[in-house]
Design a binder for this molecule. Structure first.
Ligand SMILES: NC(=O)c1ccc[n+]([C@@H]2O[C@H](COP(=O)([O-])OP(=O)(O)OC[C@H]3O[C@@H](n4cnc5c(N)ncnc54)[C@H](O)[C@@H]3O)[C@@H](O)[C@H]2O)c1
Length: 338
């Protein structure tokens, strides 16, 4: 049984705690949050112990891994602390705000001999895994081009509005759009350059449009933004154009995933999701399949003593490196080489 301590019991801390409740291989034993009432609330629902102080949790609890669901500007500091205490580290995306911070996390984990995985959940999301499989197996021929899109209403839930402060979150480019940048990296590899434009507000780059350049791979572009209005629905979407068909996904639609082949009526392919099991107090875990698959992968890596392979620390660092290049491109109006 892998014993877990969560630090940061806000939006994502609660989400992760629900996944542990549905995972037989893991047990949530402690939850830390500087807002003690948050730690208590999450801990109570999962029969774990609450802490207001992360260092005390590290000192007192025999945990195997720390799950960091803190605001992004705290990721590096807490990941280094957890690694130095000999705990494996799962850290929410984005890895950090700078490459120096990312390097400090990688170095601390290597030195302590613990695993470090950044929670790039789209690498585990069933509709995106389906696309990756079709590209790799070539059942619709070559992928000619792809566009990805992620749009959100303005984020209003975050603690002390840290997400609205680009010095703490990196703005929509670093916080939201990095999901698609990371998936482009996973699907097509490292681009040789990027060209971005976008909308800059007092919250930093609140909307960004990027073209990723490859020597031989298809044309790829992605758009991400949260400069919408409060009732605008969240959506993540992609359209992938192959030689013999188009795959179109939009999470905000009823028939979210649809394939359009030349000689067939449009159809929704069946995709692998974790068992559509109802978990008491949580609902159907198939609805949070990406988070479930991601956390299960990390827990199993610890259980089986095998380093995580789907997202390596270097992958997460590269995603951040690409995002920083995108921001530089938007700022300068020039293509930025990687
Ligand atoms: N993977 C995803 O789909 C996804 C979605 C949303 C957010 N995120 C990421 O998850 C992370 C957390 O975001 P969130 O939306 O949960 O934020 P949040 O503001 O809802 O939660 C952060 C929590 O951390 C607590 N906290 C702040 N400083 C602390 C400290 N020093 N010690 C202990 N607790 C402290 C706050 O009290 C709050 O409860 C961010 O990195 C964000 O980018 C990922």
């Amino acid at each position: 049984m892998v014993k877990v301590g969560i630090v940061g019991a806000g939006f994502m801390g609660q989400m992760h705690s629900n996944v542990y409740a549905a995972l037989p291989e893991a047990m949530l034993v402690a939850v830390a949050d500087i807002r003690e009432e948050n730690a208590r609330k999450v801990a109570r629902s999962h029969k774990a112990l609450p802490y207001a102080d992360f260092s005390k949790m590290l000192e007192k609890e025999e945990i195997d891994m720390v799950d960091i669901c803190l605001p992004t500007y705290l990721h590096a500091e807490y990941a280094v602390k957890a690694a130095q205490a000999g705990k494996h580290v799962l850290c929410e995306k984005p890895m950090a705000l700078t490459l120096e911070e990312a390097d400090s996390m990688i170095e601390a984990a290597e030195k302590a001999g613990v695993y470090l995985m950044v929670a790039h959940c789209i690498r585990f999301w069933p509709e995106y895994l389906y696309l990756k499989r079709v590209v790799e197996e070539g059942e619709l021929g070559e992928l000619n081009s792809i566009s990805l899109r992620r749009l959100s209403p303005p984020v209003t839930w975050s603690w002390e509005d840290w997400m609205g402060d680009f010095r703490k979150s990196g703005g929509a480019a670093t916080d939201l759009h990095i999901h698609d940048t990371d998936f482009v990296l996973y699907l097509l590899g490292r681009p040789y350059s990027v060209f971005s434009e976008g909308t800059r507000t007092r919250h930093g780059w609140s909307h960004i449009f990027t073209i990723y350049h490859y020597e031989t791979s298809p044309t790829a572009m992605a758009e991400g933004g949260w400069d919408t209005t409060p009732h605008f629905p969240f959506s993540m979407a992609y359209t992938a154009y192959f030689e013999k068909g188009v795959i179109d996904f939009n999470s905000a639609r009823d028939l979210a995933l649809t394939v359009y082949e030349e000689d067939k009526p449009p159809y929704s392919p069946s995709i692998d999701k974790p068992q559509a099991e109802e978990v008491e107090g949580i609902g159907n875990i198939a609805a949070i399949a990406g988070y479930f698959n991601e956390i299960q992968h990390f827990v199993n890596c610890i259980r089986d003593r095998k380093p995580p392979t789907v997202v390596t620390p270097e992958d997460a660092r590269t995603s951040l490196e690409i995002i920083l290049a995108e921001i530089k491109s938007a700022e300068t109006g020039r293509e930025v080489k990687l």
